[in-house]
Design a protein around this ligand. Structure first.
Ligand code: ATP
Ligand code: MG
Length: 388
């Protein structure tokens, strides 16, 4: 019995003239997510993507991976039949056995886009329904609220039998929304922020600031593992690790203690903007959420944004921690995020950070610390890691 995956497109079906670009990106992303699982033909017809295995494959794993590709509303596994009632009858009972044997009620819905097929949709439904009742006598038909909805589709190239549909990841295909750089720490928030922008079609580059020996290699390894979880949704990510120790030490030696964090964050922004441009990114992304810590008040964000010369997206800005945690559990980053390794942000944290810093004074303090030569040095010494 031959099985394929039928994919229904999401918002992209509505995108008018851009539709072909979106469809091409989605096809590419589907192929890339299935890499290593076998050979597949991925084609589009009648606003459905067909993923047809050309070799033995693990269909559970195929569906698991497809469930994380953005741009898909729903998808289903389906049995491929020839376009005849004989073939549909020969396959339906066996193919649906697993679903139907534990169900109490079912209904059959037929869709016939090939109008030359000799039976109408209601006729197909009636015939297949009758066959299933013969084979599974414990079942009854419930057209309003069935346990299992069996769908028989007669399309251009074949007939397909499936039981229900699975929910897709939603969003729009990665690669159609431009490039942005995610500032990634080892915390809970930034991986979620990365996921949210990838969901809106953005391709990601990741920037991580490390301050050895205050932060350990294990902290960097943790960030890589987090990004690899994000890659399952966002596709391949280039990770740029910036040596940040010298800058943090200079800030500690030269700046007023209550401004340490805000000046450090401004340095992160300046360096990130330069790196972002090198990687053709036109915006930064952070995991900040309003009021969560001293550096995330509106006044602090005014000071941070002033150091950036490109838009800074903060998709979590209005979310509560609980809501963020819920997403981090869904994308499977939570357990890694709570591993206890130091982030550079927790090095030299002031006892009483200024929650309402005044931009003018922050700039003065920063100029006095003569940090700019260190910025160039940090950018020259980044480490690049390719993640997929
Ligand atoms: P997170 O859970 O993402 O670490 P947080 O609530 O702990 O966030 P902060 O530590 O103040 O908040 O960091 C705010 C944002 O700054 C992070 O979401 C991330 O985007 C960025 N950031 C923090 N530390 C780093 C780092 N070491 N490297 C790169 N970006 C960082
Ligand atoms: Mg943090």
């Amino acid at each position: 019995m031959k099985e394929i995956v039928l994919i229904k497109l999401g918002e992209i079906a509505l995108k008018g003239l851009n539709r072909h670009t979106f469809e091409a990106a989605l096809k590419k992303n589907i192929k890339s997510t299935l890499y290593g699982l076998g050979y597949f033909k991925v084609s589009i017809a009648q606003s459905t993507i067909y993923v047809t295995p050309q070799s033995e494959v693990d269909m559970d794993e195929v569906c698991d991976r497809i469930s994380r590709v953005f741009g898909i509303v729903s998808f289903s596994r389906a049995c491929v039949c020839e376009k005849s009632m004989d073939s549909i009858f020969a396959n339906a009972p066996d193919y649906l056995r697993e679903e139907l044997q534990y169900a109490k009620t079912f209904k059959v819905e037929a869709k016939r886009s090939d109008k030359k097929f000799p039976l109408t949709s209601p006729e197909i439904s009636r015939e297949v329904g009758g066959l299933l009742l013969e084979n599974f006598p414990h079942l009854t038909v419930d057209v309003h609220n069935p346990d299992v909805k069996v769908v028989v589709e007669v399309r251009d190239f074949g007939a397909y039998i499936r039981a229900g549909a699975l929910k897709g990841a939603g969003g729009i295909p990665v690669g159609t929304g431009g490039n942005a750089a995610i500032l990634i720490s080892g915390g809970i928030d930034s991986p979620v922020a990365a996921y949210m922008l990838a969901k809106r079609g953005v391709s990601l580059t990741a920037i991580h600031f490390a301050s050895p020996p205050y932060t350990s290699e294990r902290a960097e390894d943790k960030v890589q593992r987090l990004l690899m979880k994000v890659c399952r949704y966002a596709g391949p990510i280039t990770m740029v690790t910036v040596p940040f120790t010298a800058i943090q030490e200079r800030i500690k030696d030269e700046c007023p203690e209550e401004l340490f964090t805000i000046i450090m964050r401004r340095m992160m922004m300046k360096i990130s903007c330069e790196i972002a441009k090198k990687y053709e990114c036109s915006a930064l992304i952070t995991g900040e959420s309003l009021g969560q810590v001293a550096s995330q008040t509106i006044s602090a964000i005014v000071c941070t944004d002033d150091a950036a010369d490109m838009p800074v997206f903060r998709p979590l800005i209005g979310m509560d921690k609980e809501e963020i945690i819920q997403i981090s559990r869904k994308i499977d980053t939570f357990d890694i995020s709570i591993e206890p390794y130091e982030d550079c942000c927790t090095v030299f944290t002031p006892k009483h950070p200024r929650t309402r810093p005044v931009l003018k004074f922050v700039r003065y303090a920063e100029e006095d610390a003569k940090l700019y030569d260190l910025i160039d040095e940090a950018i020259e010494n980044v480490k690049i890691t390719q993640l997929r």
